[in-house]
Design a protein around this ligand. Structure first.
Ligand SMILES: O=c1[nH]cnc2c(O)cc(-c3ccc(F)cc3)c(-c3ccc(F)cc3)c12
Ligand SMILES: [Mg+2]
Length: 215
C-alpha cells in the first residue's frame, strides 16, 4: 500500500540526513515541511524557543505527551545528558512506529523511552512502572482537548514539584483556550505566553505557553 505522509518524511530523512546526527535529521524534516509537505511537527521556529527552555531548565527527568514522528523528542533528547530520563508518549501505533525509526536514525534510542499508549493510562503509572519521583519538565503537544485533563492528572499523581516547567504547543493554532485559561488563572503556575509562528508558515501565528509549577 502507498506510504503515509509520516513514512514519506522518514524516507526523506533516511535518504538525506546523516545517521547518528540529530541536527541533520531535524534539518531534513524541516526542509521537507517547508518545501514539500506540511506536517504537524513543532518545526524550526517554535523549536528554537523550546530549545532555549530545555537548555535553561536542564531537566534530569522529562516527559513529552505526543511523540508524532519523533521530531520534538529528537529536538529535546539532543540537548539532554546521557543520565537524563526522558519519556515520550504516543497513542497512534503507526506514528509511534515511524518515530521509533526516526529516533533510531538520529542515534538517540538510548536516551528516549518511547511509550505507545494513551497518556491517561501512562501518567498514573509513571511513579510505579517508570520509576519517576517527580518531573523536572513536561512538553505537551498531543491533542488540545486533553491538555487540561492531562495537566490535572500530573497534579493529582504528584508528578509536579516546585519549579517544574510545563511547556505546551499550539496555544493559538488550533488553540487550547481552556488550557491557557486554566494555567493562567488556577493559581498553581507562573505562566507566560511566547508568541511565535505556526510550523512551516510565514504568516500564521502560534505560540508556546510556559507554566512553572509553584509547588
Ligand atoms: O493535533 C495536533 N497535535 C499536536 N500538534 C498539532 C499542531 O502542531 C498543529 C495542528 C494543526 C493542524 C492543522 C491546522 F490547520 C491547525 C493545527 C494539530 C492538529 C489540530 C487539529 C487537528 F484536527 C489535527 C491536527 C496538532
Ligand atoms: Mg503541535
Amino acid at each position: 500500500s502507498a506510504m503515509s505522509k509520516e513514512q514519506r518524511v522518514l524516507q526523506y530523512v533516511q535518504q538525506n540526513a546523516s545517521r547518528g546526527d540529530p541536527d541533520s535529521v531535524l534539518a531534513a524534516v524541516d526542509k521537507f515541511g517547508w518545501e514539500t509537505e506540511w506536517a504537524m511537527n513543532l518545526g524550526d521556529v517554535k523549536g528554537a524557543i523550546l530549545d532555549r527552555f530545555v537548555k535553561e531548565t536542564a531537566p534530569q527527568t522529562m516527559l513529552e505527551l505526543g511523540t508524532y514522528m519523533g521530531y520534538s523528542a529528537i529536538r529535546i533528547a539532543r540537548l539532554l545528558p546521557e543520565t537524563a530520563k526522558f519519556m515520550t508518549v504516543e497513542f497512534d501505533q503507526e506514528n509511534a512506529a515511524v518515530a521509533r525509526e526516526m529516533i533510531e536514525f538520529a542515534g538517540l534510542q538510548n536516551r528516549i523511552i518511547q511509550i505507545t499508549s494513551d497518556t491517561a493510562d501512562v501518567i498514573p503509572q509513571l511513579k510505579t512502572k517508570y520509576d519517576v519521583e517527580t518531573l523536572d519538565m513536561v512538553f505537551i503537544d498531543h491533542w488540545k482537548d486533553v491538555y487540561v485533563r492531562d495537566i490535572k492528572l500530573l497534579e493529582t499523581n504528584k508528578l509536579l514539584r516546585k519549579g517544574t516547567v510545563v511547556v505546551a504547543d499550539n496555544i493559538i493554532k488550533p488553540g487550547a483556550p481552556e488550557y491557557a485559561e486554566y494555567v493562567r488563572t488556577c493559581g498553581k503556575y507562573d505562566s507566560t505566553f511566547h508568541e511565535s509562528r505556526f510550523e512551516y508558515s510565514n504568516d500564521d501565528i502560534d505560540g508556546l505557553e510556559k507554566s512553572v509549577f509553584r509547588g
